[in-house]
Design a protein around this ligand. Structure first.
Ligand code: BTN
Length: 222
């Protein structure tokens, strides 16, 4: 994939702007005034961090799997910082959140939004602890490293399917084999994080030893 990079100093949200662009475009903003996170959360976006959205073709029902393709790309880009992945697609450094991924669909496009705390991280009012790279790489370098890995892993996904992506994801995963709580919209489950399925689901072993497939939810380690 040959990326066409477009930069704006300030945008409300790179994901929002990207929806008007062609496949292959990557929108980056120096700061965002209305950065979006998952579950309707805000993504606080001061200058100094990476905020970008890549426009790729929508992969029909494979869209949720692209979140894992993206998470693997970010993990590989920051391999030297010893990053880890928390299901489904949080990127952690020293157990704290370094980067977030938000996928949004239009009719025929998928917008892959990626935010990386390059220079700073928000400290207050978060449901989790965050981390930053302390400026160890420039925003431009971080962008290029991620885009190279994203193109590479999208090709792997298209040619060989999800299995090799799943294997890579598991290599970076935290919590497999651990006791976790999963917060779902209407219930909270606890159990053992047994595995990560070929459809991207978290396989939770419940206290009665049955296995429940979780496709969306927030994971907390106990
Ligand atoms: C999360 O909640 O973990 C996902 C955060 C995603 C933030 C990025 S920053 C670039 C892109 N534009 C947005 O408004 N959100 C994503």
């Amino acid at each position: 994939m040959q990326w066409n990079k477009v930069y704006f100093e300030t945008l409300e949200s790179t994901n929002k702007t990207a929806k008007a662009y062609d496949i292959g475009t990557v929108i980056r903003a120096g700061r965002q005034t209305g950065g979006r996170g998952r579950y309707g959360n805000k993504w606080v976006s001061p200058a100094g961090n990476l905020y970008m959205s890549a426009v790729v073709k929508a992969y029909a029902d494979l869209t949720p799997l692209m979140a894992f393709v993206t998470a693997v790309a970010v993990a590989e880009a920051f391999e030297s910082f010893d990053v880890r992945l928390k299901w489904p697609n949080d990127v952690l450094m020293n157990g704290n959140k370094l980067a977030g991924i938000l996928l949004e669909r239009t009719e025929d496009r998928l917008i892959i939004g990626i935010g990386v705390n390059v220079a700073s991280h928000p400290a207050d009012n978060l449901p989790y602890r965050a981390a930053d790279l302390n400026g160890a790489v420039s925003v431009e370098t971080a962008q290029d490293m991620i885009l190279a890995k994203l193109a590479e892993n999208m090709t792997l996904f298209e040619t060989q399917g999800f299995a090799p992506i799943r294997d890579k994801w598991k290599k970076y995963a935290v919590g497999i084999g651990s006791k976790i709580a999963v917060h779902l919209p209407h219930e909270q489950l606890t159990g053992i994080f047994k595995d990560f399925s070929l459809s991207g689901a978290l396989l939770l072993q419940l206290p009665d030893n049955s296995i429940k497939e979780i496709t969306a939810g927030a994971v907390f380690f106990i």
